[in-house]
Design a protein around this ligand. Sequence first.
Ligand code: CA
Ligand code: CA
Ligand code: CA
Ligand code: CA
Length: 347
Amino acid sequence: MKEEEGNNFCNRKIDSCFFMIENLNAMKKIFLLILVSFVYLNSQAQPVPAEDENIPHLMTFGPKAGTSWGDDDFSQTFFFVIPEEHTSPIFIRVFDPDVGGEVDEINGFWDTKVSYTIYGGLKCYTEQDATGVDPVGNYKSGNMLANRVFGENPRYDNDWFTFGPFNPTEGELVRKYGGYIFKIICEGVEGDDGNMYRYFVSTSGTENKRIEGANAFAYEYSFRMHNDQNEVSHIYPYIDDRTISVEQKNFDWDADGLIRVVSVARQGLKCEVSGDDTWSQNQFKILEEEIGTSLDFQFIKKKSPPVKNNNVVVSVKNQYGELLPFFTIPIGGVPKYKYSIGVKKKE
Ligand SMILES: [Ca+2]
Ligand SMILES: [Ca+2]
Ligand SMILES: [Ca+2]
Ligand SMILES: [Ca+2]
């Protein structure tokens, strides 16, 4: 081989090497793009509880259960926000609506009935009693759009039941949330067992299909923790510009590890936690940087002794005693602690 040819051969080899590296980079970029869009799509979905919350199930007991099972009032209200731009029909789907079978918590034998009622129209959200922690007064406000009672029913154990279709305009238009609001109340009617369930607001009556820009929120969350001690559950109350301080309140935590608050400016504020069948609360001041962001309440289980089947109730109020909404898709995203802010602050 002549020297010149040898050089050419070398150059070609180097060229193809560069080509491969460029290809590799392009592949990495494509992979990243797929990953990012997957995460984005996921965060746009409307399971309730949502992925970022990592809460296995909502929990509502029959009215004969003792509160030591972890439900203080046998009633849970959720609101769905459908953006104004969305004009096609929507469906509200319930996972494991029954009380019995594989998913749910038995107390003696299955004898519980729960009702799910969907409300829309004027005052379904803006009625003051609808947005409290207690099922009192006119909390069932608005137009009743659908209702169904479930007992033990193998047909819907570990499976979905679908309400709807509803026209989005059947909800109540609430400008500050940019859309129509629907309310769903799950309530224990009879018995003493625990109903575990989830929701999904969908464009389809037969499967879970996301509605772009939709969200869901509650003012009091009654839920089942994971049994796996390595799983951390989260809720994300939104801090608006009127908030100076907040009070968190939790019920029947069974001393299961710790509840802490993380935010853009907070690395981990420990909250007062409740024992069996008790309430606990504490107040803390909101930092300037936290305005317009969500707080991340983290529910971290203790390693031993393990607490199984732990049901807990949580709410957060501002200094006026107004409850803060927990959005299932946190407003402004999941807050990440920023060292540059945090080091200047004392908690
Ligand atoms: Ca029972
Ligand atoms: Ca079930
Ligand atoms: Ca259930
Ligand atoms: Ca509990």
